[in-house]
Unconditional design. Sequence first.
Length: 211
Amino acid sequence: MSMKFDKMGWFVAVALAGVMCGTGFKAPGDKVGSVDINKVFMDSDYSKKQQETLRTAKATRVAVLELINTYRVMKPEDALRFHDLSIKDKPIADDKVEQDKISQSAKDADATYRALATKSSPTPAELAQIEEFNRRKDALAQLQQKWTQEFNEQMGALNEKVQNDALAKVRDIVSQVAKDQGFSVVFNSQVAPYSANDITDAATKLMNKAK
């Protein structure tokens, strides 16, 4: 089972490495500062929330693929329902109850299939049931391939959105602190590591206050 998004990295900090706020031109008398952009983002409550969003989104999708990979003779319609419940934006308590019922039904079907597969002389009805289980296996294999691609695309899009939102938010926060404290330009600390005017803590605090 290939799940590329399972190896998804957290690239926002790297993307922020070159951010600089202000004009970038130091004139005589200008007040120049520095900020550790990566630290502002990674130490913020905003970062923790965004990372949790990504972890949750990934975990729910992995759970769908693991279910149909483990119980390959579950009903395709149950798999579809489990899929829809798992990726809901705002799940409710009843959704979890329904998911548990689907999971149990899948386990029961798997146990039945294993028992039938070991019978030396299955009845015609049991042979028909085995045939139905094999049809389910083919249908689930197709769903697994389809959903793996679908989930990879969804997680890629979500990760990109998180990155873009983070870049915009951190730029705005650092620019606001720089303006409030009268800085003409603020460099990333990777560019100006020895600046005496570091606004990292102030930016992180403002980041945590912002919604």
